[in-house]
Design a protein around this ligand. Structure first.
Ligand SMILES: [Zn+2]
Length: 552
């Protein structure tokens, strides 16, 4: 009996140590405290979720599909605030919070302190590096909270590098945050170069200078025709229609486009931004950055953020349903494949982690929707301002109460309110009651309501997450669905409706499971997930939850 018990104990012991080993085995090479060598955060500017599914059959195996087939696809991922613009989008993805905390409430906003419009990345205390232009003085100083790249720098005693690149300045600067080694963006016009700010460095590194001198940008001033036979592009509308903008100097918005000839009337190298070649140029630059900065080569995790902007310019110009947007995504798919192949070669397959998302979506061209009887339309800020001024003149005997109307917000002249002995919340509510009677206004709320009530769902919840007590206006308005502040061709974004909030979220590489979910995820979940993967502190304002189900 005693012998039998002994055998039983030995068997149990062996079994438990065996199963422990096999558990370790199922975790692959990832142990509790090991990390990817490089995290690459990719933003595709204005990418709607349905661009993954609509163009799926035309994508190759090495780009978007590789991320879906080898990684994790969060299919129901949304922005959880308004306004859905580029500046707030980039800040939110990487800080893991919303304008309420990080303070990037729009691309440009009315600044109450200085009584003028400010730009999200402008900083007159710094100088541009690599250009003589006065217009390129940029830094992340208006962003109030840290990004996961900042936390990674702190965690690694500043040994882990972080580099941000994009065609747009804000797309390069906001993601990498305050402690970045570098942020590079594209200066178009007659220069066609990647530049930076003396916030990061005093001179461009040699590899950047070499890239700028290499003629790469110039080589893309060529013909833009469709990648495949245009008759096979059955996932988008007719090439010739009434809903597209096009380029100056070409009568119709139809293929092919001679970018070199058109560049003269379309801002020189700026035309590259509005073509898929802006993305190709950025991929070329990202590949050079990976090689020359030796990213992912030592034991400290590095961070590279890459924001592809041309998708946004093409979307604004031609709209969601255009052949041009389809071609831009098919070509971006090839650029992603090149980027992933470089990462495999330089960092090693399975040694890096990539995520891909967008900064906002976009609505179909309202004029196109109108032609299909779907409620939609156009609005002008000026109409709201004029109507409110005349209302104030009648109601408060002054038209000086309205200081500014921008980004669907009304800023009051608070000194004037005080001077007249009026109660601020009373003035706000009186104007809300007036505004809600206007035809194109769907909803309106006062700043007082935003700071004294709590909304847990719906557009009101998104407004509240976008509302920053220090920076936002006195009244927040919401236009009807499918209504934009824009010209009648091309399209825009900015709302809290699904066409603007629903964007891709793909993860793949080190530490990431293969799978997909329809469970709702929100943009702030990204940094919490990456921080959890790296075992570092969450960004100081982060409000998302780590997506445990995607982590190995
Ligand atoms: Zn845009």
């Amino acid at each position: 009996m005693r012998k039998l018990l002994f055998v039983f104990i030995v068997v149990c012991f062996t079994w438990s140590s065996y199963s422990q080993k096999s558990m370790e085995g199922s975790h692959g090479k990832k142990s509790e405290f090991s990390n990817p060598k490089l995290v690459v955060g990719i933003i595709v500017d204005q990418m709607r979720y349905d661009y993954l599914t609509r163009f799926y059959s035309k994508y190759g195996e090495g780009g978007f599909k590789r991320m879906m087939n080898e990684g994790f696809n969060c299919k129901n991922n949304h922005f959880n605030y308004v306004p859905t613009y580029t500046g707030p989008g980039h800040a939110s993805v990487f800080t893991g919070t919303t304008p309420k905390n990080h303070g990037i409430i729009a691309n440009d906003w009315y600044d109450k302190e200085t009584d003028k419009m400010v730009y999200c990345a402008e900083d007159n205390t710094v100088l541009a590096v690599g250009t003589s232009s006065e217009a390129e003085r940029m830094s992340p100083r208006r962003m109030n909270t840290t990004t996961f790249a900042d936390e990674n720098r702190l965690f690694t005693q500043m040994r882990g590098k972080s580099i941000g690149i994009s065609i747009k300045d804000r797309g390069a600067i906001l993601p990498v945050g305050h402690t970045a080694n570098a942020a590079y963006w594209f200066r178009g016009k007659d220069e066609g170069k990647f530049i930076t700010s003396n916030y990061y460095m005093d001179n461009l590194p040699k590899w950047v200078q070499d890239f700028n001198n290499s003629n790469t940008a110039k080589s893309y001033l060529k013909e833009w025709k469709t990648l495949y036979d245009i008759s096979t592009y059955t996932e988008s509308g007719d090439d010739l229609n009434n809903f597209e903008g096009g380029f100056n100097g070409k009568k119709t918005a139809t293929f092919p486009y001679d970018l070199k000839a058109l560049s003269k009337k379309n801002g020189g190298f700026n035309i590259l931004k509005q073509s898929p070649y802006g993305n190709s140029l950025l991929a070329d630059f990202a590949i050079e950055a990976i090689k020359n900065e030796a990213l992912g080569k030592d034991k400290d995790t590095d961070v590279l953020t890459v924001s592809f902007s041309s998708t946004d310019y093409v979307g604004h110009n031609f709209g969601v349903n255009s052949k041009e947007i389809q071609d831009t995504y098919l070509r971006l798919d090839k650029d992603l494949e090149r980027l992933f192949n470089t990462l495999d070669k330089e960092v090693g397959q399975g040694s890096y982690t990539v995520f891909l998302t967008a900064d906002h979506g976009a609505v179909d061209v309202p004029l196109y929707l109108q032609s299909l009887k779907i409620p939609s339309g156009y609005i002008k800020s000026k109409d709201l301002k004029d109507a409110l001024k005349s209302f104030c003149l009648e109601r408060f005997k002054t038209d000086g109460l309205i200081k500014n109307v921008s980004n669907n917000q009304v800023f009051l002249n608070r000194n004037k309110v005080k001077e007249l002995g009026l109660d601020l919340s009373y003035v706000q509510q009186t104007l809300v009651n007036e505004i809600i009677t206007y035809g194109k206004v769907y909803k309106a709320y006062s700043a007082t309501t935003m700071s004294t009530s709590y909304f847990s769902e719906g557009i009101e919840h998104l407004l509240q997450n976008g509302y920053n007590q220090k920076r936002s206006g006195d009244i927040l308005t919401v236009p009807y669905p499918n209504h934009i502040f824009y010209r009648k061709t091309g399209t825009s974004h900015g709302s809290g409706f699904n066409y603007d909030t629903h964007v891709p979220l793909l993860f793949f590489g080190y530490g990431i499971k293969h799978g997909a979910t329809l469970q709702k995820t929100v943009i702030p979940d990204i940094t919490s997930t990456i921080s959890a993967l790296l075992g570092i502190s969450f960004p100081n304002g982060a409000s998302g939850k780590p997506l445990e189900f995607i982590l190995e």
